[in-house]
Write a protein that binds this ligand. Structure first.
Ligand code: ADP
Length: 718
């Protein structure tokens, strides 16, 4: 097979020149190599892990056609748009096209003009289509969303079962399956149904390091939400609600309060749905308030927050939906509002399911969500633990629990007081009244009902109103009490509450101070320019009828705003800029940058990383530092000799390395640290140091990062 002749260098060259990336994300290189070696692959990688590249890159190097099977028609267009913007001969054939257009595209496939063809499973196996594929010759079938083959997954599609026929029809083609969620059972199903027993399996981590998880009690939820949104500026986000009516209600309330929001659910006409989805993807609308009908097949990379306004039904679903945040790897929030009432609502619907088996599965799934939401351990660890992955904590952004370590306290006795007070007042009063009774209020209402005669009257004097309210909220959240939805919100003791009251079950609560919302905006130097570049991107995207991120990602624009590039050559060094994009879009962006520099006299904020900068360009002070350092003295000694701060000396040395000077890295960074930094850079790229610093945690300096980065850049360019 010709594939085996393809060298690593060629692969890296395509990664660079077509996709504009400097390095692979974890597992990508190995997956691409296996495919190019003619091996079948089974790939399990979380959302945002970079699955598409794993089949797109080999497609460009294989000598015949690559067929991507996907159930998601909306996604096909999006992926093809992105590929074409990068100069790749990609196309899709699906029911959204008319017969003439389908004929034209099939002609192109037959003539061998297409490298990557996207198609839905039901079309794939039509006799005429199979005929087209055999005459064109298929090198590789990539089956996306492969979990659809399993009834145990969250999105079973019977058509997927038919795909196994490909094996017999195209015996020499490589087969690869790709999915972002699969429990063990689903993985086994995929392998069996597609005859992938000999495939090389790659299982990426479910950990999404750039996502921050937070659960909030669902009280005054709208006010909490609005305050959060006000802090998020122009950022795009999704808010999931349980019901169609819920999405409409919330969207219109947000609109009234001046937010750019729209509702989305399966009850809307299909053209209406398409329009709203497009408005969101194209940044014409900032917030989409949706049922879970929204999201499959949308891979907008810059969704900065996903809020679950109502409780999701399964943790697997939650992982999927919340995972739509931050595909581009930048910090993003996943916020869930939790209330016992929501859980009770779900239980009610589960009770109505006809089959006992279904009921049990659904109840178990719901319990996992409740456990997660009310848990007092790291949410990230708990979430990935659900997928059998080793728990891990990590530096910020992690989760609300890790940010504000909770203090556990035994609340059994006060909980019993409150529960018994609920009982003794006949389960007919609201929380505030109960607190008044417990605290021995002399209020008129307490006396009118004779509640000052109860045995629970005044037994809770030693705790503040706030503390009682906290306890009541927690009991509500954990389901020990329930609240009627009516105006006065009367409280009742539930089955769980009775266990505390009569069977001595303990109530251990974790107290946390109120959490301010998490600031996640990355630093943007030259914000004004960044905004202008965004506007330019939006205009160019609209002219081409594509979403803005097809032109460039936010990260790329942020880098432009920092480095103020003046040439196409420089643009090519930026994240996500390949040959084609530099050619098609480069000049327009350069012109804006130039104008900004002319107007403001702005300077680049971080040095462009360049290995071919001239040696002569070092300033005299940097040169002086370097000369002393090269005589064998330590950084501290150089600092003392020059009467400068250690950090200044480090800055000089980093600058020297970036300018291509030879400086011994071993003398500056320990081996262990160097390895950790390299690993973080392999994951986050080298463009921005802040995310790397954040992923490493305490104990590192920016200078150390710059040293290692300079070394990496140097070895790359040689
Ligand atoms: P998935 O399909 O696994 O959810 P995608 O294929 O959509 O993920 O990739 C997620 C994001 O990561 C995309 O925005 C893509 O441009 C980016 N990406 C993929 N591979 C790389 C890489 N090697 N370097 C930098 N960015 C990458």
């Amino acid at each position: 097979m010709t594939a085996s002749l393809i060298t690593d260098a060629r692969v890296v060259e395509v990664l660079r020149s077509t996709f504009g990336y400097t390095s692979f994300r974890p597992l990508q290189a190995e997956i691409v190599a296996s495919i190019l070696n003619g091996q079948d692959v089974f790939v399990l990688m979380p959302t945002g892990g970079g699955k598409s590249l794993c089949y797109q890159l080999p497609a460009l190097l294989l000598d015949r056609l690559t067929v991507v099977v996907s159930p998601l028609i909306a996604l096909m267009k999006d992926q093809v748009d992105k590929l074409r913007a990068a100069g790749v001969a990609a196309t899709y054939i699906n029911s959204s096209l008319d017969a003439d257009e389908i004929g034209r595209r099939q002609g192109a496939v037959a003539r061998g003009e297409v490298k990557l063809l996207y198609v839905a499973p039901e079309r794939l196996l039509l006799p005429g289509f199979l005929h087209l594929l055999s005459s064109a010759g298929v090198a590789f079938f990539a089956i996306d969303e492969a979990h659809c083959i399993s009834e145990w997954g969250h999105d079973f599609r019977p058509e997927y079962r038919e795909i196994k026929r490909l094996r017999g029809l195209f015996p020499s083609a490589i087969l690869g399956t790709f999915t972002a969620t699969a429990t063990r059972r689903v993985q086994a199903d995929i392998k069996t149904h597609l005859g992938l027993q000999n495939a090389v399996a790659f299982c990426g981590s479910f950990n999404r390091p750039n996502l921050y998880y937070e659960v909030r009690p669902k009280q005054e939820a709208y006010e909490q939400l609005a305050a959060y949104l006000r802090g998020r500026g122009q950022a795009s986000g999704i808010i999931y609600c349980q019901s169609r009516a819920g999405t409409e209600r919330l969207a219109s309330r947000l609109q009234k309060d001046g937010f750019s929001a729209t509702a989305y659910h399966a009850g809307l006409a299909s053209n209406e749905r398409r329009q709203r989805q497009e408005a969101f993807v194209k940044d014409d609308v900032q917030i989409i308030v949706a049922t879970i009908a929204f999201g499959m097949g949308i891979d907008k990379p810059d969704v900065r927050f996903v809020v679950h306004f109502d409780l999701p039904k399964t943790l697997e679903g939650y992982y999927q939906e919340s995972g739509r945040a931050g595909r581009d790897g930048e910090p993003s929030d996943c916020i869930m509002f939790y209330s016992y009432a929501d859980a009770a609502k779900h239980r009610h619907f589960i009770d109505e399911k006809p089959s006992e088996n279904e009921r049990q599965i659904a109840l178990w799934q719901l319990q996992q969500v409740i456990n997660w939401a009310t848990g007092t351990t790291c949410r990230r660890s708990a979430l990935i633990g659900y997928f059998d992955e080793q728990p891990r904590q990590q530096p910020d952004p992690c989760c609300d629990v890790c940010r504000t370590p909770l203090q556990e306290e035994d609340y059994t006795i006060p909980a019993q007081m409150l529960l018994s007070c609920v009982k003794r007042t006949g389960e007919r009063f609201g929380i505030m009244h109960l607190i008044d009774v417990l605290r021995g209020s002399r209020g008129e209402r307490v006396r009118r009902y004779g509640h000052d005669k109860l045995s629970t009257y005044g037994i809770g004097r030693d705790r503040s109103k706030e503390e009682w309210r906290f306890l009541a909220n927690e009991l509500l959240r954990r389901g020990h009490i329930s609240q009627d939805g009516d105006e006065f919100k009367t409280v009742k003791v539930t089955e769980l509450g009775r266990a505390v009251l009569f069977k001595g079950e303990k109530v251990i609560l974790a107290k946390a101070p109120a959490i301010p919302s998490h600031p996640v905006e990355p630093d943007t130097p030259h914000q004004v320019l960044f905004d202008r570049l965004r506007t330019l991107r939006k205009r160019m995207a609209d002219e081409r009828g594509v979403p803005p991120y097809v032109i460039f990602h936010d990260a790329t624009l942020r880098q432009m705003a920092a480095e103020l590039p003046t040439s196409r050559q420089h643009l090519l060094r930026l994240y996500g800029v390949g040959q084609r994009k530099a050619l098609d879009f480069g000049d327009a962006f350069l012109a804006h940058i130039e104008q900004y520099v002319r107007e403001t006299g702005a300077q680049p904020e971080s040095l462009p990383i360049s290995s071919n900068q001239q040696q002569g360009s070092l300033s005299s002070t940097v040169r002086a530092t370097l000369d002393i350092f090269n005589t064998g003295r330590s950084v501290v000694e150089v600092a003392a000799a020059r009467k400068l701060a250690v950090s200044t000396i480090e800055g000089h040395l980093a600058e020297a390395m970036e300018a291509g000077e030879t400086v011994s890295l071993d003398r500056l960074v320990s081996d262990d640290k160097r390895r950790a930094i390299e690993a973080a850079m392999a994951e986050h790229g080298t463009a921005l140091l802040k995310p790397i610093m954040e992923s490493l945690g305490d104990g590192y300096t920016y200078a150390e990062l710059r040293f290692v980065r300079a070394k990496i850049e140097r070895s790359r360019s040689s």
